[in-house]
Design a protein around this ligand. Structure first.
Ligand code: PHE
Length: 453
C-alpha cells in the first residue's frame, strides 16, 4: 500500500491533505443497491422510472461515483465558501476529486450529451453526516431533467405553447392527489426569475416540472397506501381521501426559481425532493449548443421514501446481506417489511474536554473549515461520527450529544455523546461492545486531541 496514493477500482489517485475517504466507505462503491431488482431501493427506482417515458428521458444508472470538484460543485455554480465543499461534509479522494455528494454532479455532462430532451439518473451518493436511524454516509438519489430548445420555435409564444402542450404527454396516474401551492410563480428576492427567461417561459417550465413530480409522488405513495392496506395497517376507505402534497419555496445554487415537495404521511410533512428551473449558466457552460435551451431539474432521495414505503425502521437495513431481509422483497412489488427481530440495544457514553486552541485538532479536522468555535476551540461533530463509524461500523445505531457545558472559570468546554450499539442481525455481548467503546475512546483521544473525562 502506497500512502501517497489511493486505489479505487484499479485506478490510482494521488492523495493529499484533502484525502479523507475511509476504506469502509469505499467498500460501498460496488454494492449498487439501486440496480438490484428485488431490493427496496431498486424497486423504488423502477417505480419512479415508470413515470418517465424512455422516448423522452435517457436513462443513466451506472455513472461512476468518483467525480471532480468541477463536476460536483463548480459546474453548478456553488460559491467557493459553500459549506458543502468543506471536508467535514464531503468525502475527498484528493483536492480535486470527491465521491459525488449528489446526482446533480452529472447535470452538465448529461446536458452536453444531448441524447434526448430529458434524462433520468439513479446513483449512490456520499456525505459525511450524523449517525442515526435515517442517516447513512451512503444513500441513493435520482436526478431528472428536461429541456426545450428555443431554436426549434419561431417565437417565445410558440415555445411556451409547446412546453404547455407537453404537459399532456405526462403519463396519467391511477392515484389522485390534492396539491397545496400557495407560492407565487417567482419572487424578486426569495425566488427570482432568471434574466434569460420571460415570466411566461419560466411559468410554463415550472408547470411542466410540478405536474411531472406530482405524478411521481401520486404513483409512489398511492402504491405505499395499497401496501399498507394489504398489510392490514390502513382501512381500505382511506384510499378515498386523496393524498396531500405541498410545494415549498427553496434555494439551490443551480436552479431559480426553486422548490421542495412534501407529502403528508403518517401525520407529518415528509420532505421528498428539491427542484427548479435550471440556472442558464449550467446549460450554457455545458456546451455552446445548450446556450439556446431552458428547462427544469429535480433531485430526489430514495432511502427516506423507501423507509416509509416498505416500513423499514432503520436505514442500515438496506445494506444488510441477511437473507431474512432480502427475501421479503420481490421485483416490482411494494410490500410491508416484517421485522425478523429487534435485538437489544446497548449504550455507552463518552465525555471529553475539547482541545484548546493552542493544540489544534489533528487529521481531517485540522484546517479550520466550518467547525464549531468555542473559545478558540475547533470541533467538528462529523469527524467524531466518522471515527465512531470507522470502528463500530453498522453496529452503531445512533450517536447523540446528550450533554455539553463550558466551565465558567477555565472556559474549557466539555461534551458527552451517547453511542447506541445494536446489531440488526444478532445479539451483541457486553464484552464485545466494551471493546469497541474502548477503541472509540482511544481514537477520539488520539485523532481529535480531546481529553477524556
Ligand atoms: N442536488 C440537490 C440536493 O441534493 C437536489 C436538486 C437537484 C435540487 C436538482 C434542484 C435541482 O439537495
Amino acid at each position: 500500500i502506497n500512502p501517497d496514493s489511493i486505489t479505487i477500482f484499479d485506478k490510482s489517485y494521488p492523495s493529499d491533505t484533502w484525502t479523507n475517504v475511509p476504506p469502509q466507505i469505499l467498500s460501498a462503491l460496488p454494492r449498487k443497491l439501486h440496480l438490484q431488482p428485488s431490493h427496496p431501493i431498486g424497486i423504488l427506482r423502477t417505480i419512479v422510472e415508470s413515470r418517465f417515458p424512455s422516448s423522452t428521458y435517457a436513462r443513466h444508472n451506472t455513472l461512476p461515483a468518483i467525480v471532480s470538484t468541477a463536476q460536483n460543485f463548480d459546474s453548478l455554480g456553488f460559491p467557493m465558501d459553500h459549506p458543502g465543499r468543506s471536508k467535514t461534509d464531503t468525502y475527498y479522494v484528493n483536492e480535486k476529486t470527491v465521491l459525488r455528494t449528489h446526482t446533480s454532479a452529472h447535470q452538465a455532462d448529461m446536458f452536453r450529451e444531448e441524447e434526448k430532451p430529458g434524462f433520468l439518473i439513479s446513483a449512490d451518493v456520499y456525505r459525511r453526516d450524523a449517525i442515526d436511524r435515517s442517516h447513512y454516509p451512503v444513500f441513493h438519489q435520482m436526478e431528472g431533467a428536461r429541456v426545450w430548445d428555443r431554436k426549434a420555435y419561431a417565437s417565445s409564444e410558440e415555445l411556451v405553447a409547446a412546453i404547455t402542450e407537453d404537459i399532456n404527454n405526462i403519463p396519467p396516474t391511477t392515484f389522485s392527489v390534492t396539491v397545496e401551492d400557495p407560492n407565487p410563480p417567482h419572487h424578486a428576492e426569495r425566488n427570482p426569475l432568471q434574466p434569460t427567461h420571460s415570466a411566461p417561459e419560466a411559468e410554463a417550465v415550472a408547470a411542466h416540472l410540478k405536474r411531472t413530480l406530482e405524478g411521481v409522488v401520486a404513483e409512489v405513495f398511492g402504491r405505499a397506501r395499497q401496501a399498507k392496506i394489504e398489510a392490514g395497517l390502513l382501512t381500505p376507505s382511506t384510499t378515498e381521501e386523496p393524498l396531500k402534497i405541498r410545494w415549498i419555496e427553496a434555494y439551490f445554487p443551480f436552479t431559480s426559481p426553486s422548490w421542495e415537495l412534501e407529502v403528508w404521511w403518517d401525520g407529518q410533512w415528509l420532505e421528498l425532493l428539491g427542484c427548479g428551473v435550471v440556472q442558464h449558466p449550467v446549460l450554457s457552460s455545458a456546451s455552446p449548443s445548450c446556450e439556446s435551451k431552458l428547462g427544469w431539474a429535480f433531485g430526489l432521495g430514495l432511502e427516506r421514501i423507501a423507509m416509509v414505503l416498505f416500513g423499514i425502521p432503520d436505514i442500515r437495513l438496506f445494506w444488510t446481506r441477511d437473507a431474512r431481509f432480502l427475501e421479503q422483497f420481490g421485483e416490482g412489488r411494494v410490500c410491508w417489511f416484517n421485522p425478523y427481530s429487534k435485538y437489544p440495544p446497548c449504550y455507552k457514553d463518552v465525555a471529553f474536554w475539547l482541545p484548546q486552541a493552542t493544540e489544534p485538532a489533528a487529521g481531517v479536522s485540522a484546517a479550520g473549515g466550518l467547525g464549531e468555535m468555542q473559545n478558540g476551540q475547533v470541533f467538528h461533530e462529523n469527524d467524531l461520527m466518522e471515527i465512531v463509524r470507522g470502528i463500530g461500523g453498522d453496529l452503531v445505531e445512533d450517536v447523540q450529544l446528550i450533554d455539553e457545558f463550558t466551565h465558567p472559570k477555565t472556559k474549557k468546554s466539555s461534551k458527552c455523546y451517547r453511542i447506541n450499539y445494536r446489531s440488526m442481525d444478532r445479539s451483541l455481548t457486553n464484552e464485545e461492545v466494551d471493546n469497541i467503546q474502548e477503541k472509540v475512546r482511544q481514537a477520539l483521544e488520539k485523532e481529535m486531541k480531546v481529553t477524556l473525562r
